[in-house]
Design a protein around this ligand. Structure first.
Ligand SMILES: Nc1nc2c(ncn2[C@@H]2O[C@H](COP(=O)(O)OP(=O)(O)O)[C@@H](O)[C@H]2O)c(=O)[nH]1
Ligand SMILES: [Mg+2]
Length: 300
């Protein structure tokens, strides 16, 4: 019996949602960083196996919406948990599971969609403390399973996959075997550039960044991509920090991004970065939309 279904991954920022998605589908389609709110869009990744085809949906972390960009992110979570076959609710195994967390889990269960609770980062978690959360989560009636995992050590990922398949409906494939994501190539490229900024600058800067790609050319003969990227930031002072002394910071970002992109695109990459200021763009709905955060351009 072949299974087909849609599985949404939810949880607070930084619990490891995007890391799990990338591991399950075997390609980095969702960027990862130690900072909260790395993921802005709802991202679909498709896994095809002998026994099932599963559409995994990565979501931005559940958080309060206080500007148009945040509202876009929260709206994304809402639509991604409607009309799905299964929800994976991730908890950070390194952190205490609070009553509020349990309550939130309960809300998802009440929605009628099957829910699996997943405790992440088992490699770093205090095992005794982690075990003490299991009855707490188990008390939420209707949770299908509680599974502690480590993506880094590949612990219990098989068990998780088995439990996922078990809870999916019977169905035929909807996508080709090699179909991986709903996101276009250029999106994945701009996200990888944004990821480097998340890594190499302090929190305030990356949260106000958006990436545009005015130039994206491929020379097949030379196997060379020529890419120009605009880093849009919110303040003149951020521009200075992004560029750094004599351009050193931007040069480092460009080098790290180029190396990553060469691996991803399997080609030589000529990358030029520019920094532009659009004052407080996150507070301006028209600009948030212009930068692609509008539920139209990338999401079908
Ligand atoms: N130790 C450990 N860290 C992890 C694991 N999974 C994810 N992380 C880290 O947790 C941080 C947040 O991961 P990310 O996938 O961006 O979380 P998201 O915000 O929920 O999508 C990153 O620094 C990851 O490297 C894991 O299995 N073990
Ligand atoms: Mg994420």
């Amino acid at each position: 019996m072949y299974k087909f279904g849609k599985v949404t991954i939810v949880g607070k920022p930084n619990v490891g949602k995007s890391t799990l998605l990338n591991k399950l589908i075997g390609e980095k389609i969702s960027i990862v960083s130690p900072k909260a709110q790395t993921t802005r869009d709802v991202i679909n990744g498709v896994l095809t196996t002998e026994t099932s085809q599963i559409v995994f949906v990565d979501t931005p972390g559940i958080h309060k919406a206080n500007n148009p960009l945040s509202k876009y992110m929260v709206q994304g979570i809402r639509s991604a948990t409607a009309e799905v076959d299964l929800i994976l609710y991730l908890f950070d195994g390194e952190k205490p599971v609070t009553d509020k967390d349990v309550e939130a889990l309960g809300h998802y269960v009440e929605s009628g969609t099957p829910v699996i609770a997943v405790l992440t980062k088992l490699d770093r978690a205090n095992k005794e403390r982690l075990v003490s959360y299991v009855p707490k989560l188990g008390a939420v009636a209707g949770v299908k399973a509680i599974i502690p995992i480590s993506v880094f050590r590949l612990t219990n990922l098989d068990m998780l996959m088995e439990e996922i398949e078990k809870n999916l409906p019977e169905g035929e494939r909807m996508y080709d075997e090699d179909y991986l994501t709903d996101k276009p190539y250029m999106y994945l490229v701009s996200e990888r550039i944004r990821e480097k900024i998340l890594y190499y600058y302090n929190a305030e800067i990356p949260h106000g960044i958006s990436i545009e790609l005015p130039e994206f050319d491929y020379d097949k003969e030379k196997n060379l991509y020529t890419i120009s990227a605009d880093i849009i930031c919110e303040k003149q002072s951020h521009k200075g920090i992004l560029i750094g002394k004599q351009g050193a910071a931007l040069k480092n970002t460009a080098t790290k991004a180029r190396i990553d992109l060469e691996g991803f695109l399997e080609a030589k990459v000529f990358l030029t970065l520019f920094v532009k200021v659009k004052e407080n763009w996150r507070d301006r709905p028209s600009l948030v939309s212009e930068f692609g955060y509008n539920n139209k351009i990338y999401n079908d």
